[in-house]
Design a protein around this ligand. Structure first.
Ligand SMILES: [Ca+2]
Ligand SMILES: [Ca+2]
Length: 187
């Protein structure tokens, strides 16, 4: 026959052992839940990265297709004409390229057909033909042609006014607020 004290000791031991088992089981469940959450996050991250990669690949393909269109269009123009004007195929908008949910459009612009503002000064001196051209351009958009003179003095490196409307640093520095070179360029 067991002594009562040994019975209670055994009972207490079994209760503690059961408690330890429950705590261990809860820790295992928490550990498994943590692993499950991590796996889920890893999978979501992987899916997001894959989708981003697919989007990037699609963007790259669309850009390459646009460049191919521009090259082939200009090559065709080079074979069939000696002059360039806005009525030619290259000046028309590029057909819209769709790639999944993305689309890309564009057009070719003739940079040589634009007026070079720096050309109003040639080898440090006033370039009269370019000044006249720029004056006409200003008039065509209802701007005072005297702005052409201001441009010349801005581009040249001397301190003498070159044409009507011209002004040098003494004029700009006397303004309130005083205009710096960068501010003058902005007009
Ligand atoms: Ca052409
Ligand atoms: Ca000048």
């Amino acid at each position: 026959m067991n002594h009562p004290s040994s019975f209670f000791a055994r009972h207490t031991y079994l209760r503690q052992a059961r408690g330890n088992t429950i705590i261990a089981a809860l820790l295992v469940v928490a550990f498994v839940a943590t692993i499950g959450t991590k796996l889920l996050m890893t999978q979501e991250t992987w899916v997001a990265q894959l989708q981003a990669r697919q989007g990037l690949d699609g963007s790259r393909e669309a850009v390459l297709a646009s460049l191919h269109w521009a090259r082939s269009t200009l090559a065709d123009d080079g074979k069939t004409s000696q002059t360039d004007h806005a009525g030619e195929a290259w000046a028309q908008p590029m057909p819209v390229i769709s790639q999944g949910e993305m689309s890309i459009s564009g057009r070719i612009e003739d940079e040589q057909g634009k007026f070079d503002l720096n050309s109003v000064v040639l080898e440090g001196k006033l370039n009269a033909p370019a000044l006249a051209t720029f004056s006409r351009l200003l008039s065509s958009v209802n701007l005072p042609s005297s702005l052409a003179g201001a441009l010349v003095d801005w581009v040249d490196s001397d301190e003498e006014t070159a044409a009507e409307g011209g002004a040098e640093s003494d004029y700009y520095s006397s303004r309130t607020p005083r205009l710096s070179g960068t501010q003058c360029v902005a007009w």
